[in-house]
Design a protein. Structure first.
Length: 329
């Protein structure tokens, strides 16, 4: 009786992976997989992959990112963000073998947390992850469409002029219709901004996370294809940032979606509208690019970030975040 074997993926697996994706998801996503395989080859420390074979034929694959510091976590983890099994081999244990292969490779690197995402309505996939020991994670995904923010930020007062009530701006000029992004200088993130972003994050988190932000910088500048990350600046100094990227295939999604990986404002500028300005400009840019949705992952205990994003239209997604503790290494 034939048995399943597993190994890491290689560039030579591209056509077979695209074929599996085409049959299971309706789209080969070949460009996505080609870029992902190239990145996994160039930066093996940032990825873990698994190919499952039956009689020397590829019948399943899994791509996972190694993350260290995402969303405030202080432990490295592996995030399974693409997964496929050829239809003819379903029910033969391919899915569990992919997960087991990723776990084995993660533990060899000293990583003991494996996470993934799944739509709540995908009962088959939820059943697979549940049987493999996954549980609901202590975080959830929130999202919104990319319609621009319309809030006004200047203090206004209604006064009577020419027998009609009109809106008058606060002293200093007629600025009642000035949006947050118009008051704060926002520009695209550049690699040279990285030290300033690391310093701001260090003040906010109390930890130095250079490795995390160096990885994120590479992802948003080199992998995403569309550069949407932003910084706020005053007198030549970075006062806030929003690290975001456009996803063209993670977790099996066929439509492009923007992902916010990190957002931060220098404590000296807290409450001055910098965070709102960054988010407002991001939504405007994404809407112009015809990207219809933006999402992020929020810890259940990060109440400040939840309040901030909820205020601007973010709501719970229909995707669940699942996690598995791989135990001690």
């Amino acid at each position: 009786m034939s048995s399943l074997t597993h190994r890491s993926l290689t560039a030579q697996d591209l056509e077979q992976i695209a074929g599996i994706a085409s049959k299971t998801a309706g789209s080969p996503r070949k460009a996505f997989f080609e870029k992902r395989l190239a990145q996994a080859t160039a930066f093996p420390e940032s990825f873990i992959t698994c190919a499952v074979e039956l009689d020397n034929k590829l019948v399943g694959y899994g791509f996972a990112r190694v993350q260290n510091g995402d969303f405030g976590s202080n432990k490295p983890m592996v995030v399974l963000d693409d997964f496929g099994v050829v239809s003819e081999a379903r029910g033969a244990g391919v899915g569990k073998t992919i997960i087991a292969g990723l776990e084995l490779r993660a533990k060899k690197r000293g990583i003991t947390i494996l996470k993934t995402q799944v739509r709540w309505s995908d009962q088959a996939l939820i059943g697979l992850f549940s049987s493999a020991g996954f549980k609901l994670a202590a975080s959830y995904i929130i999202e919104r469409d990319t319609s621009v923010l319309t809030e006004y930020v200047a203090e206004v007062a209604s006064i009577k002029m020419d027998s009609k009530w009109q809106v008058q701006s606060s002293p200093g000029g007629n600025d009642y219709d000035l949006l947050a992004r118009d008051r704060v200088y926002i520009r695209s993130f550049k690699r040279e901004d990285l030290p300033a972003i690391i310093r701001i994050d260090s003040k906010l988190s109390g930890r130095e996370r250079s490795e995390y932000y160096e990885t994120k910088s590479r992802e948003v500048l080199d992998e995403s294809g569309i550069r949407v990350s932003l910084v706020a600046e005053e007198d030549g100094h970075v006062t806030g940032f929003i690290m975001a990227r456009v996803d063209f295939g993670e977790f099996g999604k066929l439509d492009p979606e923007a992902i916010i990986d990190a957002i931060g404002v220098h404590p000296a500028y807290a409450g001055t509208g910098v965070g709102r300005a960054l988010l407002s400009q991001l939504l405007l840019n994404l809407s112009t690019l015809k990207i219809e949705s933006v999402s992020t992952l929020v810890s259940w205990t990060n109440f400040d970030l939840q309040r901030f994003l909820n205020r601007y239209g973010f709501a719970p997604s229909q995707r669940l975040v699942l996690s598995k503790d791989l135990g001690t290494v």
